[in-house]
Design a protein around this ligand. Sequence first.
Ligand code: HEM
Length: 413
Amino acid sequence: MTKPNIPEGFDPTDPELMAERVPHEELAELRRHAPVHWIPQPREVGGFDDDGYWAVTSHELIREVSRDDKTYSSWENTAIVRFADYITREQIEMQRTILLNQDAPEHTKLRGIISRGFTPRAIATLRGALTERAEQIVSGANTDETGDFVTKVAAELPLQAIAELLGVPQEDRGQLFRWTNEMMGYDDPANAEVDPAQSSMEMLGYAYNMAEKRREEPADDIITKLLDASIDGEALSSEEFGFFVLLLAVAGNETTRNAITHGVLAFMDNPEQWKIWREERPKTMADEVVRWATPVTVFQRTATCDTELGGKEIKKGDRVAMFYISGNRDEEVFDDPYAFDITRDPNAHLGFGGTGAHFCIGTHLARLEIELIFNAIADVMPDITKLGEAKRLPSAWLNGIKELEVDFTGKCP
Ligand code: HEM
């Protein structure tokens, strides 16, 4: 191993850097020369008791970490958060109520129940309704000549998909979407005065009542199945159901929204790929969009014991960050990794995580949403053209696009 040639103070979780670009060159340098590398992070921005973290950048080692959930725990928060005033000890503890931040045995039990709602068969039942929603969203946006692709197209379907999955009645959806946006602190000026904690509490209350209602009046839907399911005699309580709804709002929204936005951008930048999609609709498209976008750039674990990884000594309590965005460009695994190729097959990407116990539970739903939205775009607005550069989101762990101005008709000069 030679010393990686990266700038002094380089930190791939720096939101200011991510607001400008994904640091692909620096990550490639790490991947080749130091696939497990200590990144110092001054204490005042860490919010943790340490002063840095291990950046894991090769496909192979990312998989090794995510498959070994005994050595690498999710208990100390999986999302990297850089601001001390944002994350406190109490918040980390509260976040453990959601699956993403749990370890076995709690994780195994909860995931066993929840995963029943996400099987290919359960998700396939949503195809008809979501096809209709995707067509409505795209046709609605198409009535204007130009506009922001993120708010007009990409943001809508993931919200509708979760509402559909949960069987939320139409009249309540507007409220559910408002809570979600407020909770996620989206940049909307209308949210400036809103307290995200208050919105989460209100959403929890709503989900709790929804669970109680379904217990009284069971229906033929996924919620009823989830509430009926039990493992070792333990079923989902109404509180657990509430946190599950919060988790979906966090895990299923911004991720899919950014996959769709990066996907449309990649298609507009690679017209030959758009032609392939319009004419052949290859089944491999959705996974290439997720590899290309890698909406979750990085998730972290915490070492439960002293160990060794890629020749480096990891100490108990060290944070270990898996840079999926780097693994997804690993030349050892992907031919021509910087090419967007919707016929890529095989495609062992890490966009949904590294195949361990926490592998994304929403993969079938996300793939379906991506397929349906690009079907609708190809049918209704095949000449979509970008009108400027994408405005990126400052985030430590999301590869986000806030705004993407497009011409839906392709007619503007
Ligand atoms: C977990 C990415 C869509 C629900 C994950 C993880 C990743 C990820 C990387 C792994 C977390 C870890 O290892 O710690 C994505 C991407 C998506 C997407 C890129 C869209 C393109 C969805 C959707 C849903 C969903 C649509 C549900 C509606 C979840 C849940 C987990 C998870 C519940 C936690 C699983 C666990 O901890 O056992 N996702 N996700 N995701 N995802 Fe997704």
